[in-house]
Design a protein around this ligand. Structure first.
Ligand SMILES: [Zn+2]
Length: 201
């Protein structure tokens, strides 16, 4: 696949000043958000697009909170967020909305995908290898709760896996339980004193 790479631009944000660079892979325009200073072993978050969670504050999933956690972390400790345009675990926005409609009828997130003829997770992380190679990064600290990501990264040494710790809410509790129990995500739900749950690795 022919990859087109943009120039680097500044992006001041509420988290701090970042640099951005876009990697165009076919129809998909990915974005790398990174700090000016990149340590030899940077913290890297590979985040798949979720319009409803990232931009609209959806409580159906934990994507917005994960992105927020990641941007906060890299702004403080230096690193990058690789924002991959694979909406709805790569079934696209229209199919995702159809999956949500099925969920409204009582199907869980995996059943809804199957109803629509998709696997539970259609994402791929191959472009990440290209991006990290472009930045001449060979070792990373990977910010993730998803072990599948660890397996798909080739020629990259993952020195450490850092968990993303966020609180869940009444809307995404079931969804996160399915991620944990059926999709192998490394989340443990622990009840706290104030009847809130916190996700820990
Ligand atoms: Zn989401």
């Amino acid at each position: 696949m022919n990859i087109k790479i943009s120039n680097v631009a500044n992006l001041p944000t509420k988290y701090g000043l970042f640099k951005i660079q876009s990697f165009q892979e076919g129809q998909k325009e990915h974005l790398v958000v990174f700090t000016q200073e990149l340590p030899d072993v940077p913290i890297v978050r590979i985040h798949s697009e979720c319009l409803t969670g990232d931009a609209l504050g959806s409580l159906k999933c934990d994507c917005g909170d994960q992105l927020d956690f990641a941007l906060n972390t890299i702004s403080k400790e230096k690193g990058m967020v690789i924002y991959l345009r694979q909406e709805g675990r790569n079934i696209g926005l229209l199919n995702k909305v159809n999956a949500y409609a099925l969920q409204d009828q009582g199907y869980n997130t995996i059943e809804a995908n199957h109803q629509l003829g998709f696997r539970a997770d259609e994402r791929s992380y191959e472009i990440v290898n290209t991006i990290l190679k472009y930045f001449q990064i060979e070792k990373i600290k990977l910010l993730t709760n998803n072990p599948e990501k660890l397996e798909q990264l080739q020629n990259i040494e993952i020195v450490e896996r850092l968990p993303i710790i966020i609180e869940h809410n009444q809307h995404n509790k079931d969804y996160l339980n399915i991620k944990k129990n059926k999709m192998g995500h490394l989340l443990w739900l622990r009840e706290l004193k104030q009847k809130k749950y916190m996700l820990v690795m």
